[in-house]
Design a protein around this ligand. Structure first.
Ligand code: ASP
Length: 323
């Protein structure tokens, strides 16, 4: 079956979904990013049917363990997505990705791509392709169903039968197949026997200034340096001072609770902000977000987790540099 003229592009970046282990059944002692994306697709019966009969086009953008994800891969990935999304024949893009940094890539792409009318669907696996019961094939089938779904749009992640939006999705378990959660927000919906059942709307389109970010990242020679520090019992300002000496441009701090900081760390962050370093407070709490109070000296991340706040701060600094 092929719906004439319709195409779904699958961009491979590596991850456990493309991983192999020497022994079948070894779910942890494997090497990620070994199997090419075309081979991955060829191993899943019924994929084109799941894609509503669309032609599948596979392209290897990277072949890495996503713990090693970096800005240059993000840049290439965004450019490839943008190019394919412009093609009227392309109904959606699926990205195979490692689970470790999937939420960061999802947030990044959601901030730089025009996905108001088409979906970009990230999928992954917790078990390598050589596992006795790998989760990758089902996740790929489900991702195809989402990419082909009527009205689908935005950057979403699909794993273990759930569809997650880019703002809330987080990897919450290092081993379980059901490793992703959107916390209190819940998933956008599910894929059941190839059918998408939504309980929330597709993700909102990013605001126009975020879309401008695409132009910047397309040509960004150098990404701004933004680091994450953590508040904890006995925290000090030493790391922040060292980062400032080292030329850091932005710091996201994973605060305790509702944006609270050890007084020594807070003093160092205020000093950093005074000399021009952008500082953003997020929370290390797994749920909820920092609620701002009048007179807060350090801005909060507006609900973004530390890793996503870092992505947004990098994009913000880039935009500021080009203004
Ligand atoms: N380390 C792997 C990766 O992120 C883990 C996974 O994909 O499950 O690429």
């Amino acid at each position: 079956m092929q719906v004439s003229g319709q195409k779904i592009v699958v961009l491979g970046t590596g991850g456990t979904i493309a991983g192999t282990s020497a022994q079948a059944g070894d779910n942890i002692g494997y090497t990620a990013a070994q199997v090419g994306v075309a081979q991955l697709l060829a191993a899943v019966p019924g994929l084109q049917h799941a894609a509503g009969g669309a032609e599948l086009h596979a392209e290897q953008v990277a072949q890495i363990d996503s713990k090693d994800m970096d800005m240059s891969v993000w840049q290439t990935l965004a450019l490839r997505c943008a190019q394919h999304l412009q093609d009227p024949a392309v109904t959606g893009v699926v990205i195979t990705h490692g689970t470790d940094t999937l939420e960061e890539t999802a947030w990044f792409l959601s901030q730089v791509l025009d996905v108001r009318c088409k979906p970009v669907v990230l999928t992954c696996a917790m078990r390598p392709a050589t596992a006795l019961t790998p989760d990758g094939p089902q996740n790929l089938l489900d991702a195809m169903a989402v990419a082909a779904a009527q009205g689908a749009r935005g950057v979403v992640s699909v794993a273990a039968g759930e569809i997650h939006g880019p703002r809330h999705v987080q990897k919450v378990h290092p081993y379980r197949v059901h490793a992703f959660s959107s916390g209190e927000a819940g998933p956008l919906g599910w894929v059941e026997e190839g059918v998408v059942r939504l309980v929330q709307d597709w993700p909102l389109a990013p605001n126009p200034s975020a879309l401008n970010a695409f132009k910047m990242i397309a040509n960004a020679p150098l990404w701004p340096r933004v680091e994450i520090v953590l508040n904890h019992a006995g925290a000090s300002g030493a790391m922040v001072d060292a980062l400032v000496r080292d030329g850091v441009q932005g710091i996201v701090v994973a605060c305790t609770g509702n944006g609270t900081l050890h007084h020594a760390l807070e003093a160092a962050l205020l000093k950093a902000q005074d000399v021009g370093v952008r500082v953003v407070r997020s929370t290390r709490c797994a749920q909820g977000q920092v609620l701002p109070k009048p007179g807060d000296a350090l801005p909060d991340s507006q609900g973004l987790s530390p890793v996503k706040a870092r992505v947004s701060l990098m994009l913000d600094i880039l935009q500021g540099q080009s203004a």
